[in-house]
Design a protein around this ligand. Structure first.
Ligand SMILES: *Cc1c(COP(=O)(O)O)cnc(C)c1O
Length: 331
């Protein structure tokens, strides 16, 4: 599979480490747990969007764009990484911020990722929850064009077939590390949202004929809708890399039982998971994605569903958002 056929700009520190978590594994008394450290991709506190942006930004440059237009929630990690990548590549960044979380606290509205967006000089525009962002982004792109500049639109989470290449690549990297470290891995678990991470990973795994199952823990919408979204993107991505049909519908599995009241709303199990990883392993996770993903993994280990065979948890980053949750996290 020739990912080298696609334009790519180096933005991430790769490969990210694959580390054993001995104290967490012992504490939970189940399988050995490993963490794939995509919180260490290096760009502006790291995270999973950096791998995707290597491909999205390369396409923007190839098309001669000088301005990136993208969208995310107020505490979007994707927006923060995009704003930083734009700076590094000398591009302007127009951001549409969605007020997706009702009644935000002052730190949520001002600190964490959105503070970093401002430091990177992104132009932030605010929109109510439920805006038609496809339309709104094309309006902003028109505005950019009429100012004599050339826009390139990156969808939310950089989750299209271009961005998903970053996670096809991550799957190849991870399989190589599993082999080099002679690990016997029975499950890969990750948080899943806009679908590019899970979609890209499943394409990479299946294209390499791996039979390690991948479980996405949802942070937003119900299971059926999440799986359909991931499957649709996986199919498009598979075709894009010349491996059409390599992913079957049943390869896409999401568990959306750990969302709680909704996207970005803290849950007790997320809170417990964030403290557990901090206090047993010195690792920082986030309240919106990786913390809820971990909460799912921990519960599934405890209830016996993930008790047989070792686990890799893909750490997608996001700890910059912890500061936005200063009033809500119980320590
Ligand atoms: C965006 C994000 C995710 C989800 O990845 P998708 O590709 O959007 O499904 C998980 N964790 C963190 C920290 C994120 O920022």
């Amino acid at each position: 599979m020739l990912l080298s056929d696609f334009p790519r700009v180096p933005l991430a520190h790769l490969p990210t480490p694959l580390e054993h978590l001995p104290r967490l594994s012992e504490h939970l008394g189940g399988p050995d747990i490993y963490v794939k450290r995509d919180d260490c991709t290096g760009l502006a506190t790291g995270g999973n969007k950096t791998r995707k942006l290597e491909f999205s930004m390369a396409e923007a440059l190839q098309q001669g764009a000088d301005t990136i237009v993208t969208v995310g929630a107020v505490q979007s990690n994707h927006v923060r990484q995009t704003a930083a990548a734009a700076c590094k590549l000398g591009l302007k960044c127009e951001v549409l911020l969605e007020h997706r979380v009702a009644h935000p606290s002052e730190p949520y509205a001002k600190s964490g990722n959105v503070l970093l967006d401002r430091i990177f000089g992104a132009n932030l525009r605010e929109y109510p929850s439920g805006t038609d962002f496809e339309l709104a982004m094309s309006d902003v792109a028109d505005e950019v064009r009429s100012a004599g500049r050339k826009p390139y639109i990156i969808p939310g989470g950089a989750s299209n077939k271009v961005g998903a290449l970053g996670y096809v690549n991550c799957a190849l990297e991870l399989l190589e590390q599993i082999q080099d470290q002679r690990l016997d891995i029975a499950h890969i678990v990750t948080a899943t949202g806009s679908a590019g991470t899970q979609g890209g990973l499943i394409v990479g795994l299946k294209a390499m004929q791996s039979n390690i199952p991948l479980l996405g823990i949802g942070v937003n919408i119900p299971q059926q809708a999440q799986e359909e979204k991931v499957y649709a993107l996986a199919c498009e991505t598979a075709e894009y890399i010349g491996k059409p049909g390599c992913v079957a519908r049943e390869d896409v599995v999401a568990n959306c039982d750990y969302v709680g009241e909704g996207y970005g709303v803290p849950t007790d199990s997320m809170n417990e998971a964030v403290l557990m990883l901090a206090r047993y392993e010195g690792l920082l996770f986030d309240p919106v994605y990786s913390g809820k993903g971990l909460a799912g993994m921990i519960d599934l280990i405890r209830n016996g569903s993930l008790s047989s065979g070792n686990i890799v948890f893909l750490h997608t980053g996001g700890s910059a958002a912890l500061f936005a949750y200063v009033d809500q996290l119980q320590t």
